[in-house]
Ligand binder design. Structure first.
Ligand code: FE2
Ligand code: FE2
Length: 204
């Protein structure tokens, strides 16, 4: 059943490489680390949406759509924080984000403003898509009923966010250009995922 689910996920999200199944087992035994890392993923999602609004005040649809996402992501941060507290676990320090840093390297540094904007939308879509896939893995693979349900809720939210960033890209740019660049991003992310070691102390 897990395999058909991951195939399903891959089709929805377009991700080219499903998460290594060993990852869930590793994450399960490092709950404090995984919750800490998860909390910062939510914080960074909120912070990035605020910064996108600040940089693009002329893009009305973006401002309108991302404003509630800031609230939602911050709500996610608080949910994870509450879960840590409930378990008497501590929010640790933020780790170096290798996954996001490597994604940033693929951005077109000398592109036009619209090309840079497109990359910003697609990088967000990709992070949301991969987070969604990982949450789905946790919601299917964890032993604990409560935690499976906890992650299912996150999985559903992030699926909506992934599509929103693609929709925003397509609103401001030609669809064909968006699709072409999205395919390049998916290919790059596949290489990135396959070159990284499987670690259970982080979401990505
Ligand atoms: Fe979130
Ligand atoms: Fe999100």
């Amino acid at each position: 059943m897990n395999e058909s689910f991951s195939e399903h996920t891959r089709n929805i999200l377009g991700l080219q490489l499903p998460t290594d199944p060993r990852w869930v087992n590793l994450a399960e035994i490092q709950l404090e680390e995984i919750l800490t890392d998860h909390a910062y993923c939510e914080q960074k999602a909120a912070t990035t949406c605020i910064s996108l609004i600040q940089k693009n005040p002329d893009k009305e649809l973006l401002v309108e759509e991302l404003s509630p996402i800031v609230t939602e992501e911050w709500g996610h941060f608080r949910m994870v924080l509450a879960e840590l507290k409930k378990r008497d676990l501590k929010l640790g320090r933020q780790r170096k984000d290798i996954y996001v840093n490597k994604l940033l390297q693929f951005q077109k540094k000398d592109g036009s403003p619209m090309e840079r904007f497109l990359d910003q939308m697609l990088i967000m879509a990709l992070i949301e898509a991969r987070s969604c896939e990982r949450f789905k893995r946790l919601s299917e693979g964890l032993d604990d009923d409560y935690m499976r349900n906890f992650y299912r809720k996150f999985m559903e939210s992030e699926a909506g966010h992934y599509t929103l960033f693609i929709t925003l890209a397509e609103h401001y740019l030609d669809k064909k250009i968006v699709r072409k660049r999205w395919a390049e991003w998916l290919e790059y992310e596949k290489e990135l995922m396959s070159s990284e070691e499987v670690r259970g102390d982080r979401i990505h």
